[in-house]
Design a protein around this ligand. Sequence first.
Ligand code: CP3
Length: 340
Amino acid sequence: MLKNNLLLRAAKGEEVERAPVWLMRQAGRILPEYRATRAKAKNFVEFVKNPELAAEVTIQPVDILGVDAAIIFSDILVIPEAMGLPYEMIEAKGPRFPNTIHTKADIDKLKIADAGDLDYVMKALSLTKKNLNNRVPLIGFCGAPWTLFAYMIEGSGSKTFSKAKQFLYTHPDLSHQLLEKITQSSINYLKGQVIAGANLLQIFDSWAGVLSEKMYYEFSLKYISKICDALSPIAPVTVFAKDAHYAVKKIAETSCNSIGLDWTIDPTKARQEAGGKTLQGNADPCLLYADEKTIISETHSMLKAFGKNRYICNLGHGLYPDIDKEKAKLFVDVVKEYKW
Ligand code: CP3
């Protein structure tokens, strides 16, 4: 049915003619077309809740950059909201939670979200699916339980997430209760996304890097693994744990299909540790500030290092807002034109 299913074949470890390419945070940020659509909504939260507008900006990078997949325009913070903890997006600053989690009573009050609580995302997915007309696969996503926990306790972004980590050290049992509730909500949510049309799912653990290795396994990977077990029977799952370079081997032991790598990880070393699983990544987003010649040669060496099969080309984290869209397009074109 899909005209271009490179991403799905690569994720499942099947043979491909060339590596698929998409870019984390490709919807928004660098595209003037995104900003024009965003201006039609009152604010970010309302924008995310508008399926027509969300579908429009989801498809923009497929048309403009020529990527091999669309990722649904939404945010990881819709899950805390669906559980009863609303968020705001402060212009030029980032997310903020007016209320945060402090006590057992706060955790008990949260509901386990189901897909119906996120009906606007389901509608955005099915509308996007219809409008994509089977051109490329559609990626659904959620935040990893630990990354969502970090925002729900901290109340905003942070360099250290020390309030969230303080909670792990001082209330480990309550921490597990909250992580479990987020995990159950995320499973319900992702199952709904697959029913609504998502072809592959990615779990973003953006704040993996603030935890020690030991704490990472106990408070993060354990829950990611539960999500993989629940979802991988119905759709391929990618786990992207930013700055958890030590964890590739353990992530490969979960039932995920592919592992997202940031740019600090050497492709050859990751191959040895990934146990035959597909790898995704891992160009430094800052490479796209370089001149064209450098972008081309660095991208070529990355492709050579990963090899054609079991590989999804991407950046090692999301695009930065001031990256020139022509440079992003060049990166995509270089991957698509590479002679394997
Ligand atoms: O990949 C895509 O393009 C799909 C859409 C998407 C958004 N957020 C839209 C968005 C995805 C996959 C996310 C995930 C997300 N959101 C993550 C994990 C990925 C990562 O970058 O580590 C995180 C940590 C968040 C939380 C969040 N949302 C932050 C910290 C911010 C503010 C700063 C920023 O990243 O721009 C957002 C806002 C946000 N989410 C924007 C977009 C397009 C920019 C808001 C705007 O339009 O003004």
